[in-house]
Design a protein around this ligand. Structure first.
Ligand code: FES
Length: 169
């Protein structure tokens, strides 16, 4: 009976032996671990900053707003109002629970669709933004409104101002 010899890797047609297989496996594991560490380090070292849009809104040229007009910019959440006394801006965000309010030209008021708060806007005897009725705890805030060097109306949503400070153009 012929003696059986073990088959070597060279004889089996593969160049890889047991030792080099484990060396490659170890190197592969180390590479994956190094890549993971690098990814976590990059994430840790990157500034954790939330980029928000600018609070300043360019509302365009004053001539686009006729006298006694109330213009709602839904995207920026502001009203640009051209009253007889001048321009001013109000936040369109209800002071109750933060719903977007709506201009009701047929009533001449701003109304909140969520819980029914109502606010004056063009009544000459009332301060614009003052609450008429509803659960809103505060009036709609006046926002700083100015004219840029290019003659555009600029509204800064981050700056509230005292009421009745009109911008005369
Ligand atoms: S959110 Fe406007 S009345 Fe409640």
């Amino acid at each position: 009976m012929p003696e059986e010899k073990p088959i070597t890797p060279a004889e089996s047609g593969t160049d890889i032996d047991r030792r080099s297989f484990f060396v490659k496996l170890g190197l592969g594991s180390l590479s994956i671990a190094a890549a993971g560490t690098a990814a976590f380090s990059y994430q840790f070292l990157s500034p954790n900053v939330l980029y928000e849009p600018s609070p300043i809104v360019n509302a365009g040229k004053p001539e686009n707003y006729p006298v006694d007009s109330v213009t709602l910019d839904v995207n920026s959440g502001i009203y640009l109002v051209h009253a007889k006394e001048g321009f001013f801006s109000l936040s369109a965000i209800c002071t109750h629970l933060g719903c977007m309010t709506a201009w009701k030209p047929e009533l001449g008021i701003i109304a909140c669709p969520c819980h029914g708060s109502k606010f004056y806007v063009l009544d000459p005897k009332k301060v614009p933004g003052t609450k008429i009725e509803g659960p809103a705890p505060r009036p709609l805030p006046w926002l700083q409104t100015s004219l840029s060097d290019e003659g555009d109306l600029m509204v800064d949503r981050s700056k509230q101002i005292d009421p009745m400070k009109f911008l005369r153009v």
